[in-house]
Design a protein around this ligand. Structure first.
Ligand code: PEP
Ligand code: MG
Length: 862
């Protein structure tokens, strides 16, 4: 019942049901939250009645009464959204404390110091969360008191001291709110419920939802639970643990705790806690019971759990459990292990890993062979390596990142208010806090490298520097951190390409057994082709031949071809280019032996191979002054003339794609011959290649008809010359709306279709793919005019409709017509799901996205 009770509420109910020691309480539903907003931020009277009724039941169960000095009930009021939003919303603890119940608590616990400390904590938290009084004022007073009394830390304050502090706190509240601190516990309760509802719409919660694509209409539930105390002495404590390592996935209890501390102390990262295994010696019985509980919870939820617990005078209470956030590596290891342990099925395991998360594992990491000089070492809280400039403020990190700088956010600890800085930074480094501190949890969730609790670094926020021994690292200095080992190094460190771990390969093999969609790659050189094969690509879906023209050594020859005044001059240049292209094709076809390779003939407008006009104007002007009449000047003038001839108002809608082949058939002829010569050369070496030749930007069947003839002629010519029987196919890209809606005609001339959804998106929306993002698209997405960037996530309603139409019409003419997609969408999970539903045969994406596509293709079929 997560939708209604929120994640936390549903899990508390579930844990109570399976008999775990959960403190009594009740949950106010997400429906109530929405009713609150509908009633203009008022709790409707019937909801108020239900809350009071549930409170009475809670009082009966616990035998305590809210506000009764003889048997005071204290409760926590916590948010609990449907999707976990760690630390983003508000919480109030120790509610029910007032001038009378505090005395009752002191008598009952026989510990007045504890009672008054709890009261002052409550005043501080309530005033901050509910009354909006800055914590700073309370901390300042506390610090003054400590100094005045000559204490070094809080535990030295006596009950009498706390009483004084409480009086001071009350004055602060009065001064800032012009009202006395509320003494009526029911009033406290309703104020707190309102505050938690309101925190659903605070700045950081909104940012977090936007980042994690959590809808804003869901609302939060509120959990009211009787308090248990981890700060009742040395036989009490509180902690957080994961049932498996959330960083690596290793099957071992992973967590930490603090003795004599309360709730938020661990998560806030203010004191560095102890690792969970030491609890085994400190409280053996509690540890044993905790281990059993962890096992029970994992078996019940069939997933790794993130558990909050408190020990009150030797008795264990479970405060919360949820599916733990984890890195991509951990997600894979846990999913694969759980199948081996018989906990879940393979199909479930495939759904447990988010394809987007895999990006983390497909990134470069520090070269192990490099001799590192470690500056300091902290806790390896989230793996990955990152290099960047040191910055100490979240706002600053955001500003620098906007300027395109890579930064590492260095803080004593992070709080939910730093979220925008963590988003902007490459990595996070903190000097305090453990593996479950805010920074660690958030960074892992985002797949960002993070080192926590690095006590060796001394941060001076005012001087904007940190030092380790003699070494001073200033703001702006470059450091590298390795989140997998916890090491911090000065400067930039060389990185290497990623490889797939064993578990990753197992998971991908399961994906291959499940998926129906083929996965190919977009590659145009042998190195990328090799990498893609390693990652499991089953062929090339798009080889963009223009990339072979852009090699600086070849550009002058390409320009020679463009500058040619007539056919024979152009032929001369093409004769020089042919062997170069042929060599490229040989390399690629060899790497992809046994798999199909789709080679696309030249696509971009010719001006892309020419120098910039502005540059040429400056150069010719200079030469006219310095070397009039020179050969160099003549050459530049000729270039400039050609550039002006090639100039177009809308080059992306201009003379490009097959329109080049139509007007300058000799270019396509050369390319086709180079492909077939490459096949012939490989055949001599005993290798078989079956290229698929693809004509770009076709809008009318007649274009394809012409180009098809041209390619067949080239093949026949090579056959005549070499005596080799060539096997090949000829197809087209569908990237113009007209091609999609006349696909039945186009299929007459095509052996296959490949949807070029980059251009198809551009031409369907009429948005320039080169300009739209910078100019207006970002604003469109922010203002929800468009749900997503259509150049990243395929627009199913518009572009998708054209793709479906293209597939259906094409197959009406040729039922067996092979179809693929080679736009950027071929490596994006939602678009891949769409392709599967549309009946496409394969997707093609860049080499590093091949594993993502394999998994997403499997998920699409489940
Ligand atoms: C496309 O348009 O989707 C495509 C793959 O071709 P290019 O990106 O090279 O225009
Ligand atoms: Mg295109």
């Amino acid at each position: 019942m997560k939708e209604l009770l929120g994640g936390k509420g549903a899990n508390l109910a579930e844990m109570t049901k399976i008999g775990l020691p959960v403190p009594f309480g009740f949950t106010i539903s997400t429906e109530a939250c929405n009713a609150y907003y509908q009633a203009d931020k008022n709790i409707p009277p019937d909801v108020q009645d239900q809350i009071l009724q549930s409170l009475r039941i809670l009082e009966e169960k616990t035998g305590k009464v809210l506000g009764d000095p003889e048997r005071p009930l204290l409760v926590s009021v916590r948010s609990g959204a449907v999707f976990s939003m760690p630390g983003m919303m508000d919480t109030v603890l120790n509610l029910g404390m007032n001038d009378e119940t505090v005395e009752g608590m002191a008598r009952l616990t026989n510990n007045s110091r504890f009672a008054y400390d709890s009261y002052r904590r409550f005043i501080q938290m309530f005033s901050n969360v509910v009354l909006d009084v800055d914590v700073f004022f309370f901390e300042q007073l506390l610090e003054e008191t400590r100094e005045l009394k000559g204490y070094a830390s809080d535990p030295e304050l006596t009950a009498e001291d706390w009483k004084e502090v409480i009086e001071g706190y009350k004055k602060i509240v009065k001064k800032h709110t012009r009202k006395a601190f509320p003494q009526d516990p029911k009033e406290q309760l309703f104020y707190s419920i309102n505050a938690v509802f309101n925190s659903w719409n605070n700045q950081r919660a909104i940012i977090y939802r936007r980042l994690n694509k959590i809808p804003g209409h869901l609302g939060t539930a509120v959990n009211i639970q009787s308090m248990v105390f981890g700060n009742m002495g040395p036989d009490s404590g509180t902690g957080v643990a994961f049932t498996r390592n959330p960083s690596t996935g290793e099957h071992q209890l992973y967590g930490e705790y603090l003795i004599n501390a309360q709730g938020e102390d661990v998560v806030a990262g203010i004191r560095t806690p102890q690792p969970i295994h030491t609890l085994k010696t400190e409280m053996p019985d509690v540890y044993q019971q905790f281990v059993e509980t962890c096992h029970l919870l994992e078996q019940h939820y069939k997933d790794m759990q993130d558990i909050e617990f408190t020990v009150e005078r030797g008795i264990l209470f479970i405060l919360q459990t949820r599916n733990g956030k984890r890195t991509a590596q951990a997600a894979i290891t846990i999913a694969v292990d759980m199948v081996k342990e018989g906990v879940i099925e393979k199909k479930e395991a495939l759904l447990r890993v988010d394809p987007d998360q895999l990006n983390q594992l497909l990134h470069r990491r520090i070269d192990e062979n490099y001799q590192r000089t470690q500056l300091a070492k902290g806790l390896p809280a989230s793996p990955g390596a990152a290099t960047g400039e040191v910055t100490f403020e979240a706002d600053e990190a955001e500003l620098l990142a906007k300027d395109g700088k890579k930064v590492i956010l260095v803080r004593p600890e992070t709080t939910p208010d730093d979220i925008h800085g963590i988003v902007a930074a490459q990595a996070v480094l903190t000097s305090r806090g453990g593996m479950t501190s805010h920074a660690a949890v958030v960074a892992r969730g985002m797949g960002k490298a993070c080192i926590c609790g690095c006590e060796a670094i001394k941060i001076d926020l005012r001087a904007r520097e940190f030092y380790v021994g003699e070494t001073v690292v200033k703001e702006g200095d470059v450091i590298t951190i390795d989140g997998a080992t916890g090491e911090i190094m000065l400067g930039e460190i060389p990185m290497i390409d990623p490889e797939l771990s064993e578990e990753f390969q197992v998971l991908l093999r399961w994906a291959d057994e499940t998926r129906k969609l083929g996965v190919r790659t977009n590659a145009d050189n042998p190195e990328d082709t090799r990498k893609a094969r390693e990652f499991g690509a089953e062929g090339i879906g798009l080889c963009r031949t223009e990339h072979m023209f852009m090699d600086p050594a070849r550009v002058p020859i390409v320009q020679e071809m463009i500058l040619a005044e007539n056919y024979s001059e152009r032929k001369e240049a093409l004769v020089k280019l042919l062997p170069m292209q042929q060599g490229d094709f040989e390399g690629i076809l060899e790497e992809m032996q046994g798999f199909p390779v789709t080679i696309r003939l030249l696509d971009p407008p010719l001006h892309e191979f020419m120098p910039e006009k502005e540059e040429l104007i400056i150069e010719t002007t200079m030469l006219r002054i310095t070397s009039p009449g020179s050969a160099e000047l003549k050459e530049k003038e000729q270039l400039l003339k050609k550039v002006r001839q090639l100039e177009e108002f809308n080059p992306m809608l201009g003379h490009r794609g097959c329109r080049l082949g139509m007007i300058h058939p000799e270019i396509y002829e050369m390319q086709a011959k180079a492909i077939f010569y490459a096949v012939a050369r490989l055949a001599e070496r005993g290798m078989e290649a079956k290229p698929e030749i693809m004509i770009p930007l076709v809008g009318h069947v007649n274009e394809l008809k012409e180009m098809r003839k041209l390619v067949i002629d080239a093949a026949n010519l090579v056959t005549e010359e070499t005596g080799l029987n060539l096997t090949y196919s000829i197809g087209t890209m569908i990237e113009i709306p007209r091609a999609a809606i006349t696909a039945d005609q186009i299929a007459e001339e095509a052996d296959f279709f490949s949807f070029g959804t980059n251009d198809l998106t551009q031409t369907t929306f009429g948005y320039s793919r080169d300009d739209a993002e910078g100019k207006f698209l970002q604003a469109y997405i922010e203002n929800k005019i468009l749900p997503e960037n259509p150049f990243a996530v395929l627009d199913r309603d518009g572009v998708g409709k054209l793709v479906e139409t293209g597939v259906q019409l094409g197959r009406k003419t040729k039922p067996q017509l092979k179809t693929g997609i080679c736009g950027e969408h071929g490596g994006e999970k939602s678009s891949i799901e769409f392709c599967y539903q549309a009946g496409i045969d394969y997707v093609s994406c860049s080499p590093y996205r091949v594993p993502i596509a394999r998994l997403a293709a499997a998920q699409a079929t489940i």
